[in-house]
Design a protein around this ligand. Structure first.
Ligand SMILES: C[S@@+](CC[C@H](N)C(=O)[O-])C[C@H]1O[C@@H](n2cnc3c(N)ncnc32)[C@H](O)[C@@H]1O
Length: 261
């Protein structure tokens, strides 16, 4: 996959893309990430990319000219294999569709993505209407600019691409698979400062371990994320054996206090 990121702050993500699992994916050639400074396309002699909003109001807006030119130039940068159809142009913004694992999985199948990061009060609506093809939010809060939001999107999309996670890092134990949160995990030592690891994990009984993990996932999800829990219940409505339909009060004290009233 090829990703082009358009931002006013390329240096914000320099280290991010070369570290950890993302860095390994880049070195393996599974992913190429090109970061472009939007200012390179401004025709303003002072390299300005913003202007005051029509109709008044606080702050500045990113003007259409540098953004249209940058998007068009970057669309034409990809090698022939990536040329058609044009890459989706995703604007990171708080009023976009929420980023979820499911959406990340969908995006991970695209050969190319162009990501646009805004700044100031955002970008001129004409860019959103005529150059952007999708708008994505990373959460219900407002950041100062979209560069870190784009980095978050790249990270969670990349881990869905086959070959990016090593065998030691499986997606199946992650939260949101099967609409559930992850189960608790422990490593050596078996006892630390008087806190013991649950004995079932030493039993060697793989069935019992799987059941314990499923119960933990169900309890945690019900306590912390009733919205996800309802989705999980709907998805498994016909599975009589699931514990999710029979648990009414989380047995694990770790989760009990978080049950909504
Ligand atoms: C200060 S914000 C502009 C917010 C805009 N005035 C609004 O209320 O929707 C500046 C930029 O940060 C990025 N941004 C802020 N919050 C974001 C979020 N939750 N998800 C994705 N991008 C975000 C967007 O690219 C946006 O153009």
């Amino acid at each position: 996959m090829r990703i082009d990121l358009l931002t006013l702050f390329p240096r914000m993500v320099e280290g991010f893309f070369s570290e950890s699992i993302l860095g390994r994916a880049v070195r393996k050639g599974i992913l190429t990430i090109h970061v472009h400074d939007i200012r390179n396309w401004t025709q303003d002699k002072h390299r300005r990319v913003d202007d005051t909003p029509f109709g008044g109001g606080p702050g500045m807006l990113m003007a259409p000219q540098p953004l249209f030119d940058a998007i068009e130039a970057v669309q034409n940068l990809a090698p022939a294999a990536h040329a058609a159809p044009p890459a989706p142009v995703i604007y990171l913004c708080p009023d976009g569709e929420p980023l979820t694992n499911e959406l990340a999985r969908e995006l991970s199948t695209a050969p190319r993505l162009i990501l646009l990061s805004g700044h100031y009060e955002g970008i001129d609506q004409r860019v959103r209407d005529h150059a952007v093809t999708r708008e994505i939010s990373i959460g219900d809060y407002v950041l100062s600019n979209g560069t870190l939001a784009a980095a978050v999107l790249i990270d969670c999309v990349a881990r869905q691409i086959p070959g990016v996670l090593g065998e030691e890092n499986s997606l199946t134990a992650d939260s949101f698979n099967n609409s559930l949160l992850a189960f608790p995990q422990y490593t050596r030592p078996a006892e630390f400062r008087g806190h013991a690891v649950p004995s079932v994990l030493f039993s060697g009984d793989h069935g019992a371990i799987a059941r314990w993990r499923a119960e933990q996932q169900t309890e945690k999800t019900r306590a912390r994320r009733p919205d996800l829990f309802s989705t999980h219940q709907r998805q498994h409505a016909n599975t009589a054996t699931t514990t999710s339909t029979t648990i009414h009060e989380p047995a694990n004290p770790q989760f009990r206090h978080q049950v909504p009233a």
